[in-house]
Design a binder for this molecule. Structure first.
Ligand code: NAD
Length: 242
């Protein structure tokens, strides 16, 4: 039986690169997207081109009803074996004192509560074991001072969630790990008001450049797969040494 994996935020960036790599590695893939239907359809077509089954489902991962609908739809592909909790947002770069309550709540809603809701649905459905990868951030340990410390705090919570779930779900044969990307070239930086932020950050990175989405996807796919069979509860930094 083929592995069946849900990837949230699969329409672009790290999520889209992960969907493509998963399909190339034999996974059937359910990709969730928030708004960009045509982009999601294009990524789903890449899954089909790799000879795998793929569906795209519109869902807000912070909404429990949407999340339940997403995982119900995934059943169409068979028994769930994998989840990539990837859908995330930053906010406009700025000092901590200027963060609005609405912004704070949305960042926590998507980056933490959404991950918990999806992990709950996945854990209930992975009756024969499986693997979960949470996409955290190097910000979780760097703190993102002057940029978005509330986002960094939400990602730190993701790391703790990873450790706790690994321990709670290990006896059921479900491994739970995280990747912590550094600065990666994706559209997320446009949301923060600085699309070229990766270029500004590059001189601080020991490898001398920002990363590519596919370099993070490679780590995610490894953590999901059989070569990581004894790896659980770890946060793998993919940050060029940052
Ligand atoms: P991106 O903005 O290119 O993609 C984010 C994806 O998540 C999109 O498909 C978007 O539609 C989806 N999404 C956002 N909110 C959603 C919601 N509520 N429900 C469903 N889908 C939603 O960003 P990316 O850089 O590919 O980010 C992916 C993950 O990587 C995020 O969790 C982000 O925090 C993390 N990350 C990114 C970087 C970076 O530098 N790009 C660094 C560290 C961590």
């Amino acid at each position: 039986m083929s592995p069946v994996t849900v990837v949230t935020g699969g329409s672009r960036g790290i999520g889209a690169a992960t969907v493509r790599r998963l399909a190339e590695n034999g996974h059937d893939v359910v990709l969730c997207y928030r708004h960009d239907e045509s982009a999601a359809a294009a990524v789903r077509d890449l899954v089909h081109a790799a000879g795998r089954r793929g569906i795209a489902v519109r869902a807000d991962t912070a909404d429990p009803d949407d999340v339940a609908r997403l995982f119900d739809a995934a059943q169409e592909l068979g028994e769930l074996t994998g989840l990539v909790n990837n859908a995330g947002i930053t906010s406009v770069i700025g000092p901590f004192v200027d963060v609005t309550v609405a912004d704070l709540r949305r960042v926590i809603d998507v980056n933490l509560i959404g991950y918990v809701l999806c992990a709950q649905q996945a854990a209930r459905r992975m009756t024969a074991g499986g693997a979960i990868v949470n996409v955290s951030s190097a910000a979780a340990t760097l703190g993102s001072p002057g940029e978005y410390v509330h986002y960094a705090a939400a990602k730190a919570a993701t790391d703790t969630l990873t450790v706790g779930l690994a321990k709670e779900l290990g006896p059921r044969g479900i491994r739970v790990n995280a990747v912590a990307p550094g600065t990666i070239w994706t559209d997320i930086h446009a949301l923060s008001g600085e699309p070229d932020r990766p270029a500004r950050m590059a001189p601080r990175v020991p490898l001398g450049r920002a990363g590519e989405a596919d370099e993070v996807a490679a780590a995610i796919v490894w953590l999901l797969g059989p070569d990581a069979s004894y790896t659980t509860g770890t946060v793998l930094r993919v940050a060029g040494g940052l």
